[in-house]
Design a protein around this ligand. Structure first.
Ligand SMILES: C[S@@+](CC[C@H](N)C(=O)[O-])C[C@H]1O[C@@H](n2cnc3c(N)ncnc32)[C@H](O)[C@@H]1O
Length: 283
C-alpha cells in the first residue's frame, strides 16, 4: 500500500479523480453555505483559498461571485497547474493562482477579507506557524474558515479491509495521523490571535453501492491492491458485500471552524478600491 502524495503530478491527478471528485466538492459546499453571507456582502472583496488543490473551492467562488478577487495558493506546482487550467476553461479573470507554502505566506499583510481553507490544514507541516501566517494576511475584523474531516472518517474503511489484507490500519497510520492534526485547529486559531471561534459539524455520508465501488474508489486512492493478486481483490469485494449487503456508507463528518481576527470591521465606504489590473489572470 502506498500512501498518496498529493503533491506530485501523479498524486494531483489521482486526488482530482478520487477525493477531489467525490468528497472535497461536498465539503466545499458546506464551506460555501457557511460563507455565503460573507461572499455576498458588499464589504468583502478579497478572498484567499489556502491549499487550493485543483481549484475545488476557489473556482466556483470566482465563477459565482465575479465581483470578488480570489487568490488561490498551494504548495504543489501540479495542483496549481490543474487549478489554473480549470479557471482558464471557465474563462475566469478574477482569480490568481500562486505556488506558495502555508508555512510562509508571501502576500500583502492584512489584505484579505476572508480566508478559506478546505481540507488542507491537516497537511500543513507546522500548523501553528501556518495559522500565524494566516493571521498576518487577514484584515482586522476579517474572517477565516477551515474545514477538516472528523476524526474517524477514514478508519472505518480500513476496518472493513483489515480482515482480508491484514493490519492495514498500521500501514495507514502515517496517513491517518495527519488527521489528528486537525484536532489542534481550535488551539492553533486561538494561539494565533483569532477570536469568536465557532465549530459546525456536518454529516456527509458517502454511499458506495457495493464492494466493487468501494474498491474502485479506495483501491485507486491508496494503491491498495497494486501488488495484490486478483483473488485478493475478489475476496475483499466479497467481504465488503457480505458485511454491507446494502452497500457501504462511509460516515464522513466535515468539521468547519470559523473565527475572526479582532479589530474593527470596515464599513462598505472604507473598502479599499482595487484596480483589477492588480490581480493577475489565471492564464
Ligand atoms: C486534501 S487537498 C485539498 C485541496 C483543496 N482545498 C480541495 O478542496 O480540493 C490538500 C491540499 O493541501 C496542499 N498542501 C499541503 N501542504 C501544504 C502547504 N504546506 N502549503 C500549502 N498547501 C499545502 C496540497 O498540495 C493539497 O492540494
Amino acid at each position: 500500500m502506498r500512501i498518496p502524495n498529493f503533491k506530485s503530478e501523479e498524486g494531483s491527478v489521482l486526488y482530482k479523480n478520487t477525493v477531489g471528485r467525490v468528497i472535497s466538492p461536498r465539503v466545499a459546499d458546506v464551506m460555501l453555505s457557511h460563507a455565503i453571507s460573507h461572499l455576498t456582502s458588499s464589504t468583502i472583496r478579497r478572498v484567499l483559498d489556502l491549499g487550493c488543490g485543483p481549484g475545488t473551492l476557489c473556482v466556483p467562488i470566482a465563477a459565482q461571485y465575479p465581483r470578488l478577487l480570489v487568490t488561490a495558493v498551494d504548495s504543489s506546482d501540479s495542483m496549481v497547474v490543474l487549478g489554473k487550467e480549470e479557471a482558464v476553461r471557465r474563462g475566469l479573470n478574477n482569480i490568481e493562482f500562486r505556488v506558495m507554502n502555508a508555512g510562509h505566506i508571501d502576500l500583502e499583510p492584512e489584505s484579505f477579507d476572508l480566508v478559506l481553507c478546505n481540507l488542507a490544514f491537516p497537511f500543513f507541516p507546522r500548523p501553528f506557524d501556518s495559522m500565524c501566517e494566516v493571521f498576518g494576511v487577514v484584515r482586522p475584523g476579517g474572517t477565516v474558515m477551515f474545514t477538516v474531516p472528523g476524526r474517524h472518517t477514514w478508519e472505518e474503511f480500513f476496518e472493513v479491509v483489515r480482515n482480508v489484507l491484514g493490519d492495514v490500519i498500521t500501514m495507514a497510520k502515517p496517513f491517518l495521523s495527519k488527521f489528528t492534526q486537525a484536532e489542534v485547529l481550535p488551539d492553533a486559531m486561538t494561539a494565533a490571535g483569532f477570536e469568536k471561534l465557532e465549530e459546525v459539524r456536518t454529516r456527509l455520508p458517502f454511499h458506495f453501492a457495493n464492494g466493487k465501488a468501494v474498491l474502485d474508489f479506495f483501491g485507486e486512492l491508496f494503491h491498495l491492491l497494486d501488488y495484490a493478486p486478483g483473488e485478493v481483490r475478489s475476496e475483499l469485494t466479497e467481504a465488503i458485500d457480505r458485511g454491507y449487503p446494502e452497500g457501504f456508507t462511509m460516515r464522513y463528518e466535515a468539521v468547519l471552524l470559523s473565527a475572526r481576527r479582532p479589530g474593527l470591521r470596515q464599513s462598505p465606504g472604507e473598502v479599499r478600491s482595487l484596480n483589477d489590473s492588480e490581480h493577475v489572470q489565471a492564464n
